[in-house]
Design a protein around this ligand. Structure first.
Ligand SMILES: Nc1nc2c([nH]c(=O)n2[C@H]2C[C@H](O)[C@@H](COP(=O)(O)OP(=O)(O)OP(=O)(O)O)O2)c(=O)[nH]1
Length: 136
């Protein structure tokens, strides 16, 4: 039997930039950059989980736009799925409230300036194609 838990990550896009978040915990991941998000709870739709996680972690109101095709293995039993998302009108600006200690909005030519978690690199590469498509 394969047990797997989906971790949803947001490619949060705004004004042609992608939000990257630096993890503050656990020690093995702290200091590395990721797509903000978290684990989907039982009975929860992944898009709803992502909106919930972004509210908890960053204090923002968001809506998901589309699934970024693909699924990337994390530490078993977790797999990463990614959606593009945008801020709802009137949302607060993202703040590192929980799990993160820094945030950066990255333009396409800055994407590789941060030290992404190794396992996020293929997902970020895929998200970058979406960002390039919507860059002003
Ligand atoms: N959110 C997120 N987690 C990731 C990414 N890449 C990656 O390996 N992970 C790992 C870190 C964690 O082991 C797991 C997700 O944990 P989390 O701490 O973000 O999820 P959560 O908010 O639901 O966690 P919890 O404290 O409620 O247990 O997936 C990523 O891009 N985004």
């Amino acid at each position: 039997m394969t047990e797997r838990t989906v971790v949803v990550g947001a490619a949060l896009l705004d004004a042609g930039r992608l939000l990257a978040a630096r993890r503050s915990a656990p020690p093995a991941l702290a200091g590395r950059w990721e797509l903000p998000g978290g684990k989907v709870e039982e009975g929860e739709a992944p898009e709803a989980a992502l909106v919930r996680e972004l509210r908890e972690e960053l204090g923002v109101d968001t809506e998901t736009v589309e699934r970024v095709p693909g699924e990337w293995p994390l530490r078993p039993p977790y797999v990463l799925q990614v959606w593009t998302a945008r801020l709802c009108p009137g949302s607060a600006a993202p703040a590192p409230l929980q799990d993160h200690d820094a945030l950066r909005w990255l333009a396409p030519d800055e994407i590789w300036d941060v030290d992404w978690l190794d396992q996020d690199v293929p997902a970020v590469r895929e998200a970058l194609t979406r960002l390039a498509a919507e860059a002003p």
